[in-house]
Structure formats: C-alpha cells, structure tokens
Design a protein around this ligand. Structure first.
Ligand code: NAP
Length: 333
C-alpha cells in the first residue's frame, strides 16, 4: 500500500485529494496546524476524517515538518499548505511570504535531508502570471501582482532549483482557480454562492463585492486533485498548467448563481464595497492546459455552469436545513 503525506489536508484541495487517494487505496497522512477551534469540518463533511492519520505541523516550524515526514514515511508528499488568499496577502505580506514562500523551502530542505527519494507535488499558482496578456502556458513569464503571487514565484523557482540541483522528484502544478462547495468562505465564488443562499432564505439582502469585471479560469477542485496525482505517476518530474482554457467574469458567476437560485436580476443583489477592491488586480487569467492533456491525459470534467450550480445548490441545501435557534419564522421553500 502506498503512503501519501498531504501538507494542508484541512483545506479545500487537501480534503478532495485525501478522498481521491483513499479511493486509490493509499494510506493517507495529513497535517493540520494548531487553532483555537476545530479545523476538520471539510474532512468531516465528506465523511473521511476517521480515515486520515492527522499530524500536527506548521510550515513556520521546520522541526514539525521533519516530524511529519518521519512519522508518515511517505512515498509521495503533496505540499498544499499555504496562506492561500490573495486578498489577505496585501494586509499580511510578511506572513504570506513566510508561509507560502519560505514554508515551501522548509519542506524542500526537510525532504533533501530526510527522504530525497520521495516524490513531491508542489502547489504553484496562476497568480504568478499576473497581467501577462496572452493565454498562459508553462513558458509564459511570471509577472505577479500580489504578495501571494510573489511568494508563489519564489516557491515555484525554489522547487525547480531543488529538482535540478539535488535530483529531487518535484513537480509543480500551476493551477488556475478551482472552486467547490468546500471552498473557503472568503473566496469570491463561495461568497457569492453562500450569500445568494442567505438571500434566498431572507438572512440578508445584499452581497458586498469588489471588482465585478475581473475574469478567472474557474474549474472544479475535484478534477484538479486528479491532475496532482497524475503528475507524480510520471517517469520524470515536470511542471504543468492545469486549467479549463476559458475564463468568466465575477459578474457572469453572480448572474448565473442568481438565476439558479431563482432570485432574478443580480443587479438588485449587489453593492460595491471599496473594502474588496485590491491595490492591484489581475484583469483576466486564462490557462492553456494542452501539455497536461497531452502528457498526463488529464482534462476537466465539470464545466463552468455545472460548477456554479453545484456550489449554489450545496449552499441552498445548507440553509434549507439550517436551524437557527433564535428564528422560527423562516419560510424554507
Ligand atoms: P486552502 O483551502 O486555503 O488550504 C490551505 C491549507 O494550508 C489549509 O489546510 C491550511 O490550514 C494550511 N495552512 C495555512 N497556513 C499554514 C501553516 N502556517 N502551516 C501549515 N499549514 C498551513 O487552499 P486550497 O484552495 O486548498 O489550495 C491548496 C494549495 O493550492 C495552496 O497552496 C494554494 O495557494 C494553491 N492554489 C490554490 C488554487 C485554488 O484556486 N484553490 C489555485 C492555485 C494554487 P488551515 O485549515 O488551518 O487554515
């Protein structure tokens, strides 16, 4: 039985990946960090918490990363842990650089010293490309426009360096945005699906948003974790863009979500809040996944409309069954 260690198993991708690997008959270990509240709700939601061996580790703490590797003795490591929210990287650039950038170096150094023969997947990001105007592939230049993007460029280049200098089997997945019903509530797609559901059940009247014109290449997280695994089944390590090849605006996401929820004209549901406007933004991010299609045999299965529907229906279902002990007047239709 193969063993996998997922750094950041409590996150969106960590949860989908753990589920995917368990179905492939892996023994799955996953790291979580100490918090003052419980942090396993995603693993619990899809009912796999009891099947994953959890180990406490923080990317700020070299010893805890080494301990996680020693305890799990894995064949494959998936480094998904990061301060992953672009918005927060503007207000916490030092923390973001420490965890998302240097944290990756701590992982690489631990692998070099303890288990140079394992296979490593590193979570790079489309945010590294910034506003480069063409469809992005593995050869496009990196022009990051956020502290998060800058930290990911550092982590990406450092991962390539350890591959070239020390022969570590390390592959980088340059993933474009991928969403799901397990996406964090601060990300714009999940905020829309969640707040649309709240509006439907009259728990609020407006959604506060920033730049409605920003366009992203949105795929489904469940499809993207398969690509991570595929990269580690190749004979040689390499870097791959994982994307759908089409982009949609925040406005389009909102319009479709409102239609699915039966709420009518989305213009009536939105207020623009300067709080959500970033000091720098990326206009349009769209990726070319041709290399992954050709070499890994990977392609996305869920399209944009199906993704929005999945997220909105999940959150409507949540509020339909949510019982607020202080409010018995809600009409759940
Ligand atoms: P996520 O839901 O935010 O999960 C991030 C994970 O990292 C969580 O388990 C989180 O733990 C953990 N983490 C945060 N700070 C840590 C620290 N100091 N030490 C150890 N663990 C820490 O993100 P995701 O969407 O699953 O993304 C997974 C990876 O892919 C990230 O590296 C992200 O930057 C990258 N990525 C994501 C996308 C996307 O669209 N989703 C696109 C490109 C790249 P807590 O649960 O305790 O917060």
């Amino acid at each position: 039985m193969k063993k996998a260690l997922i750094l950041g198993v409590t996150g969106q991708d960590g949860t989908y990946l753990a589920d995917f690997l368990l179905k492939k008959n892996y023994e799955v270990f996953g790291t979580f960090r100490r918090t003052s509240h419980k942090c396993f709700e995603r693993l619990e939601e899809i009912k796999i918490f009891d099947l994953v061996h959890t180990i406490k580790a923080d990317l700020a703490d070299q010893g805890s990363i080494q301990n996680a590797i020693k305890k799990s003795d894995p064949d494959e490591i998936y480094n998904l842990a990061a301060q992953s929210f672009v918005g927060t990287s503007f207000s916490q650039p030092i923390l973001t650089s420490d965890i998302t950038g240097l944290g990756t170096l701590r992982v690489l150094e631990a692998i070099k010293q303890l288990t140079p023969n394992i296979k490593l997947y590193h979570a790079s990001s489309s945010e590294m490309f910034g506003n480069y105007p063409e469809i992005k592939n593995e050869n496009s230049p990196f022009l990051p426009r956020s502290p998060y993007g800058v930290a990911k460029v550092f982590a990406h280049n450092m991962t390539k360096h350890y591959r070239e200098a020390y022969g570590i089997f390390a592959s980088c997945g340059i993933l474009f945005n991928h969403e799901s019903p397990l996406r964090g509530l601060e990300f714009v797609t999940r905020r829309i699906s969640y707040e649309i559901a709240q509006i439907k059940f009259k728990k609020k009247t407006k959604i506060s948003l920033g730049n409605l014109k920003a366009k992203r290449d949105w795929g489904f997280a469940g499809d993207y974790v398969e690509a991570m695994w595929m990269m580690l089944q190749q004979k040689t390590p390499d870097d791959y863009v994982i994307a759908t090849g089409e982009s949609h605006s925040v406005e389009e996401f909102l319009s479709l979500a409102s239609e699915i929820a039966g709420l009518g004209d989305w213009h009536d549901l939105v207020e623009i809040d300067p709080e959500f406007i970033r000091p720098l933004d990326i206009d349009d991010l769209v990726g070319d996944p041709s290399k992954a299609k050709k070499e890994l045999g990977w392609k996305p299965k869920v399209n944009f409309k199906e993704l929005v529907k999945m997220m909105v229906e999940h959150d409507i279902d949540y509020f339909r069954h949510y019982v607020d002990p202080f409010d018995i007047s809600i009409n759940r239709n």
